[in-house]
Unconditional design. Structure first.
Length: 391
């Protein structure tokens, strides 16, 4: 076994993230690990060959290791060799499915990382890399098996040796859902939504339903909350996985979501694709939660049409409903419509909180400073992202 020459993020068997030198396994060491853990297999021509329920497969394997400076310490990769395409092509001829697998080992932690080969078979193999993040390794170890679509739309599955059969069932046989329960609920919810929202229509719908935040100026975010609340009420049983809450009492956790099965909080966000990052909650509130729990952000991404480009129709409607004399109050900031493009599930925990930025809100009308909020810059989203769906 070799070691990397720089300390980067590693995962211990206690789900802790530490900075240490990475372990680089030799080809023989990786071969022995695979033969020990994958049953009914044999090693030949540099790959592992096996069979699952009558389906033949080939495991093309590499080390999971740090990319090297100047890349962030939370990002690792496998480096795909020049021979990958040839092996894949030969396997296709023989009716054998090719699996692209990374092996991550750090002391007592052993994880396997499957990379969907769809994109890699069309890339130039030389110096081609498949990436995995610290948060993916942590969740794979924590849940036993964890799957996500990353920021580049690659499907990644991280699993422990105890979950190899479940992985193979999912990968080779299919029809095995590896999503977390609350993500299954969210995927179903977002499938029900109209892909374009108009401000006047959204306001009117919330008013008619007597939603308590029906006349907030930033209507897309509150309409987002309203629609999820309505969905949960209309689908008995979903509250076992996700609950919509609001607790504005002094000292309470001012976050809108709670996930009972994982016993932690979350919040809904509406995020314009033009923004450089995702603005979150009050910094102190988030840090309080992270002392003992993770925090999930459910982020709805959208393209925006400004109301000022549509004769201020939404601003006039909104100000009229509020009984204001100035019908153009907030007009320069008001949104006319939004087109939904995707949604993210982001996990913030005590290990990746170091990659949060501070967003200073300025001052209140009396001159006192507003509490700062957290912000996740676009360049760091990968180490918070655990799921995404494009519309």
């Amino acid at each position: 076994m070799l070691y990397s020459n720089i300390k980067v993020e590693q995962i211990t068997d206690k789900y802790e993230v530490v900075e240490d030198y990475g372990e680089i396994l030799t080809k023989n060491e990786m071969k022995d690990i695979l033969l020990e853990n994958f049953t009914n297999t044999e090693y030949k021509n540099g790959c592992l060959y096996g069979e699952k329920s009558g389906h033949k497969y080939c495991v093309y394997f590499k080390n999971v290791s740090y990319l090297g400076t100047p890349h962030p310490f939370f990002k690792k990769r496998i480096q795909i060799g020049d021979n990958f395409k040839d092996i894949y092509t030969e396997n296709q001829k023989n009716g054998i499915q090719t699996l692209l697998l990374g092996i991550y080992k750090y002391k007592n932690t052993l994880l396997f990382v499957d990379f969907d080969i769809t994109k890699y078979v069309t890339n130039k193999s030389h110096n081609s890399s498949a990436h995995v993040y610290t948060i993916d390794l942590k969740n794979g170890l924590l849940f036993g098996i964890f799957q996500k679509e990353d920021i580049r739309k690659n499907i990644i599955t991280v699993f422990t040796p105890e979950n190899i059969e479940k992985y193979l069932d999912s990968k080779i046989i299919g029809d095995v859902d590896l999503r977390l329960d609350f993500i299954t609920v969210l995927d179903d919810f977002y499938e029900t939504l109209s892909r374009e929202w108009f401000g006047v229509d959204a306001y009117q719908e919330m008013i008619d339903a007597h939603f308590n935040n029906a006349l907030q100026p930033e209507w897309p975010g509150f309409y987002h909350e309203y629609k999820l609340d309505e969905y949960i009420k209309a689908h008995p049983g979903t509250e076992e996985d996700i609950q919509y809450r609001q607790n504005k009492k002094s000292g309470a956790i001012d976050l809108d979501l709670f996930f009972p099965k994982v016993d932690t909080y979350g919040d809904l966000k509406a995020h314009s694709n033009e923004s450089s990052g995702i603005q979150g909650n009050d910094w102190d509130t988030v840090m309080k939660v992270l002392q003992s729990d993770s925090l999930y952000y459910i982020v709805l991404n959208h393209d925006t049409e400004k109301d000022r480009d549509h004769r201020n129709k939404v601003a006039i409607f909104w100000n009229t409903k509020l009984g204001k004399d100035n019908l153009l109050s907030y007009a320069n900031k008001m949104k006319y419509s939004v087109k939904l493009t995707s949604y993210y599930v982001l996990e913030i925990n005590k290990f990746n909180k170091q990659y949060l930025d501070v967003f200073h809100q300025g001052h209140n009308s009396d001159g006192s400073p507003r509490n700062p909020k957290i912000q996740i810059k676009n360049k760091n989203i990968g180490n918070f992202l655990i799921h995404q769906m494009e519309f």
